[in-house]
Design a protein around this ligand. Structure first.
Ligand SMILES: NC(=O)c1ccc[n+]([C@@H]2O[C@H](COP(=O)([O-])OP(=O)(O)OC[C@H]3O[C@@H](n4cnc5c(N)ncnc54)[C@H](O)[C@@H]3O)[C@@H](O)[C@H]2O)c1
Length: 386
């Protein structure tokens, strides 16, 4: 059995995403299972090199997980010939310069979203990556969540008939940070530091809609900064300058309407932190992170509007759970495995920097729509970026 070792410089692993989802739940989990087995009999063995700004933190992290390679110098990591992939989970603003350096050093790229703050930057990253002939991938984790995999299965089986609409609710209350610590980093709430819910969430909505339902053709968005003052990780008061709630209407190919709310200023009255309902002529479904339930036209009850009497039907009990029918692994890990197979064995892989740029495009056009108070068309983005 041949073992292919892939050296990965992992930058931003002290962060929420970098540590839990990418290092712990993906790369270390792949090592714990003995590597990634390829169909041709080879095994891919990821060898992380932790990169971070704070030597103490990064060394402690390496020690805790029995890893012997770490550095505070990105240049040193990029000069290491055993490193073939550069992975970025830093704050969004640090991403473009770091990835550019990694491409110049001839490394393959795997990165968190959004790939950049502007469409121009996102396109130029994709262009220089293509010109350098390297392989590239962008995190599109929601596609690999059990709930959304089951939703995709329903779409692929033509369960819905003609899809009419999509309704999505994402969000929860993010504490202000004074009387209870905030559960998200403070930069998320400062526009000047790359924060904002449109830039954070619209890249997700782009690939979810494009891949599972139909390509996005236009956007109309309205956003707010509902909480103008927050307190940071050190307990210091700061001005929240970024949007923390966004309400959007997307038109998809075929005339489907998708209405998606994203908010860090709402309290959860749903089964999961994100839920999508699809209504079609032949059936409807509601999917969350893990679960998906469906109602076929033949099993659709006939509610009758009568405000004079209490509701007699248990509407939530009228849906049927869609079974897993498979072992569903962590979505981030599944995508890492797809990327590693693409890297080593040329397995097909479409979630690249161009797909990442389409996400940034939707965020940029969504923000433009909000500023101008009008619906904005979302043009095709081909590989030349025109
Ligand atoms: N795929 C997803 O579902 C998902 C979810 C949340 C965040 N993200 C993305 O992941 C990235 C990281 O988000 P996070 O929530 O883990 O953030 P975080 O603040 O928890 O972590 C940020 C990381 O970047 C490092 N960093 C580098 N330069 C920095 C600087 N100048 N200032 C502050 N930190 C700096 C930090 O040390 C830390 O390791 C963001 O681009 C975000 O959009 C993706």
């Amino acid at each position: 059995m041949t073992r292919e070792t892939v050296g990965i410089a992992m930058n931003g692993v002290t962060g929420r995403m970098g540590y839990r989802q990418h290092l712990l739940r993906s790369i270390l989990a792949i090592r714990d299972q003995g590597g990634l087995a390829l169909p041709d009999g080879r095994t891919v063995w990821p060898e992380p090199i932790l990169v971070g700004r704070n030597a103490e933190k990064i060394e402690a992290l390496a020690t805790r997980h029995g890893l012997d390679k770490w550095t505070t110098s990105l240049d040193e990591a990029l000069a290491d010939p055993s490193v073939t992939v550069y992975f970025d989970a830093q704050v969004t603003q640090a991403r473009v310069p770091a990835i550019t350096r990694a491409i110049e050093a001839g490394k393959h790229i795997y990165t968190e979203k959004p790939t950049a703050e502007t469409l121009d930057d996102a396109i130029s990253l994709a262009r220089i990556a293509d010109a350098a002939g390297i392989k590239h991938g962008v995190v599109q984790d929601k596609l690999f969540l059990p709930g959304l995999l089951k939703l995709k299965r329903l779409v692929d089986s033509s369960f819905f008939g003609r899809i009419l609409s999509v309704r999505g609710e994402f969000g929860y209350w993010v504490f202000e940070g004074d009387w209870q610590p905030a559960q998200r980093p403070s930069w998320n709430y400062r526009a000047e530091d790359g924060g904002g819910i449109i830039l954070d969430m619209f890249p997700h909505w782009r690939y979810v809609l494009d891949h599972i339902i139909a390509p996005v053709r236009s956007v109309y968005a309205e956003a707010r900064t509902d909480i103008p003052t927050r307190w940071d990780e050190q307990g210091r008061e700061y001005k929240a300058t970024a949007d923390d709630a966004a309400y959007a209407l997307f038109e998809l190919e075929g005339g489907i309407v998708a209405s998606l709310n994203s908010s860090w200023t709402t309290r959860v009255n749903r089964e999961e932190l994100v839920e999508f309902q699809i209504d079609g002529t032949h059936g409807s479904a509601v999917a969350g992170l893990r679960n998906c339930k469906a109602q076929h036209r033949a099993a659709t009850p006939k509610p009758v509007w009568n405000p004079d009497i209490p509701a007699t039907e248990d509407f939530l009990a009228q849906w049927q759970e869609v079974p897993d029918n498979a072992v569903m692994d962590n979505g981030f890990k599944v995508q890492w495995e797809m990327f590693l197979a693409h890297l080593v064995a040329d397995a097909p892989y479409s979630h690249d920097l161009w797909a990442g740029a389409r996400g940034v495009q939707l965020a940029e056009l969504g923000a433009q729509s909000w500023r101008e108070g009008r619906k904005v068309a979302v043009p095709e983005l081909d590989r030349t970026g025109k």
